[in-house]
Design a protein around this ligand. Structure first.
Ligand SMILES: C[S@@+](CC[C@H](N)C(=O)[O-])C[C@H]1O[C@@H](n2cnc3c(N)ncnc32)[C@H](O)[C@@H]1O
Length: 199
């Protein structure tokens, strides 16, 4: 079993290296984009939890030079963003600082959140922190996402995620759970993909 997991991990890790992305996580967004047609030329995209920068790089390629990208993270990116991209180093919970700057740069057609907490190994604590981040990303959508816009959010699977799903269903026309094939086999991460913000 361990050999299978390792081989699988190595495949996406190596592929990311070959494709010049700083992290294997890019393939999760690619899968979601392929299935839900999220990103198009000319869109304005907000990428929350952007470091080291794979999702931002992929999104920038998809939206092209006529689009706009704002990448936000506590940590610096490992990449140079293309011309239409802007990086904001900050905490999404800092409403007066980061929150205000995000709202000024908006509105956005798509909000992506691959945010994850520093894990402690204490399952319930990690799940709770992950859900806090997901709810905060949803709150940011209320400030920054256009009517009709799309939202992708990661969280660690937990019973309480149902409250997030229910809330998102009130605010979007369609919400679906999504578990990428490229997630590590042992990972408990999961995504909700929401389309058509009701506003
Ligand atoms: C899995 S990584 C994102 C990987 C990224 N999507 C990529 O493709 O390169 C999760 C990120 O969430 C960020 N993060 C966690 N809490 C945050 C917060 N409160 N505000 C902003 N970013 C946060 C972390 O710093 C970390 O870089």
């Amino acid at each position: 079993m361990e050999t299978t997991v390792k081989t699988y991990r190595d495949h996406y890790f190596q592929k990311a290296k070959q494709d010049n992305y700083p992290a294997r996580s890019v393939y999760k967004l690619k899968e979601a984009d392929k299935r839900f047609k999220l990103l198009r030329p000319g869109q304005r995209v907000l990428d929350l939890g952007a470091a080291p920068g794979s999702w931002s790089l992929y999104a920038a390629q998809k939206i092209g030079s006529s689009g706009r990208l704002l990448a936000v993270d506590l940590n610096p990116l490992d990449i140079e963003l293309p011309g239409q991209g802007l990086f904001l180093q900050g905490d999404v919970f800092d409403k007066a600082g980061t929150g205000r700057l995000m709202a000024e740069q908006g509105p956005f057609d798509v909000v992506l959140s691959d945010m994850a907490p520093k894990t402690t190994g204490i399952k319930f604590a990690d799940q709770a922190k992950s859900l806090d981040l997901a709810f905060e990303a949803l709150a940011i959508c209320r400030e920054c996402l256009i009517k009709g816009g799309a939202f992708v959010v990661k969280f660690f699977e937990a019973q309480e995620a149902k409250t997030l799903l229910n809330q998102m269903r009130l605010e979007f026309a369609r919400v679906q759970g999504f578990k990428p094939k490229s997630s590590r086999a042992e990972s408990k991460e999961m995504f909700y993909i929401a389309l058509g913000r009701k506003a």
